[in-house]
Design a binder for this molecule. Sequence first.
Ligand SMILES: [Ca+2]
Length: 176
Amino acid sequence: MPVVDPSIPTLANAGFEDPGLAVNDWQQGLVNGWSGSNAWGFANGSGPWGSGGHSGTQYAYVQASSGGPGVGRINQTVDGFTPGAKYQISFWMRHRTGGDIVFGVDPNVGTPMRVYLNDVLILGPTAVPGERWSQYTTRAFVATQTSYTISFVPDLARPGNRTDLIDDVTVERAVR
Ligand SMILES: [Ca+2]
């Protein structure tokens, strides 16, 4: 029987605007509300990583690298799910579009993305994201607990540094 009036969890810093960075700056990790591993972080504007946020000016980056740091990952543990209610996760994604003059490592390619809910795959691998922000939605799931960790893990299917950008992650009630 459907749950009447379930709560809709809100992610912390879902648009990656906090803390504010200088225009065209970027920072490994230290994004309020998020955790991660290897090459992940956030950026502002059209510097080395991309050409601006989907909302605001900032966005996350997460990289899969066949050398060096390996596969990045970005996570947030979200509270406030109503057990028995059906949800889905939506977010905006594009591939890296900024230049990397210093390192000159094929920066402008993306890679398929996987999204996990407590390490259960709920989306992907997606197609390689395009050059424009597009909205993605995971498959629906019925909550059985009040807290879940949502993780974004880029695919290491091909050699090189491949980076996807993420913005505006939301939890929605699934309509079917
Ligand atoms: Ca943003």
